[in-house]
Write a protein that binds this ligand. Structure first.
Ligand code: MN
Length: 251
């Protein structure tokens, strides 16, 4: 990525779930939005890698989403095979919401295995899901994937202020999305994130902006909204986000 040229950052987007995937990747690249194309299963990774390879600003992440573990947990073997092909991992993590709690023991087992694989590979950057499980995700990171092993970006983090401080101490970054800015609690959390750990994400197409799926091209406007909530000049926030991404990629 030529970071000096970027116009925005989307560190968590499911680009391959948009019907116009390939055209969208091209448009995102032309617009200069540095985008991490996360995947939900290792089987989806090859196509993302192939499409991202043609771009300057899009990178493909290898994922195994906690919400598909009940049916796709066996793909962890494929995850292990593919891991050397990318520096980026996501979407991975834990989900303790009622719809997915049935697979909790498998989720713990597979997330731990993924962290072990990434820890021994070194230098990976992980986009991590932690719905109703911030504490357990941080426990696993602390135990298996401490800061000298690689970097963690917590996607749509909704933990307590204590969890947030703990995540900061563990070196985590936070990718903030439009939904987080809509609730008072979300805005409070977003204000508490240290400025050097902030990134932006769309989580498209799962999130909506103006009645349509959120997308990487919404990120410049999200950065402006973030500046307002944090009471900083919007001209400064873009530079701060760009510096944060540059540091994350250089560590
Ligand atoms: Mn996601």
């Amino acid at each position: 990525m030529r970071l000096s040229e970027i116009k925005g950052i989307d560190f968590h987007c499911h680009l391959d779930l948009f019907p116009d995937f390939q055209q969208r990747v091209q448009a995102v690249d032309e617009a200069g939005i540095a985008t991490l194309a996360v995947t939900t299963t290792p089987a989806a990774f090859a196509r993302n890698l192939e499409v991202a390879r043609e771009t300057s600003h899009v990178r493909a992440a290898l994922g195994l989403h906690p919400q598909v573990i009940a049916n796709r947990g066996n793909e962890v073997a494929l995850f292990a095979q593919l891991l050397s092909q990318t520096r980026y991992v996501g979407e991975v993590g834990l989900d303790a919401s009622p719809a997915h709690y049935g697979s909790w023991p498998q989720q713990i087992e597979i997330f731990s295995e993924i962290l072990r694989l990434c820890a021994s590979a070194r230098g990976k950057i992980l986009s991590i899901h932690s719905v109703r499980s911030a504490r357990q995700v941080l426990d696993a990171i602390e135990r298996i994937f401490p800061p000298d092993c690689g970097r963690v970006v917590l996607h749509w983090f909704t933990g307590s202020s204590r969890d947030l401080r703990r995540a900061v101490d563990l070196g985590c970054y936070f990718s903030v999305n439009p939904a987080m800015l809509r609730s008072p609690k979300g805005r409070e959390l977003v204000r508490a994130i240290p400025e050097s750990r902030l990134l932006t994400e769309s989580d498209g197409p799962f999130q909506q902006v103006e009645g349509r799926p959120a997308a990487p091209l919404d990120m410049p406007a999200l950065a402006v909204a973030l500046a307002e909530i944090r009471h900083v000049e919007s001209s400064l926030i873009h530079e701060q986000l760009r510096q944060n991404l540059a540091r994350l990629l250089s560590e």
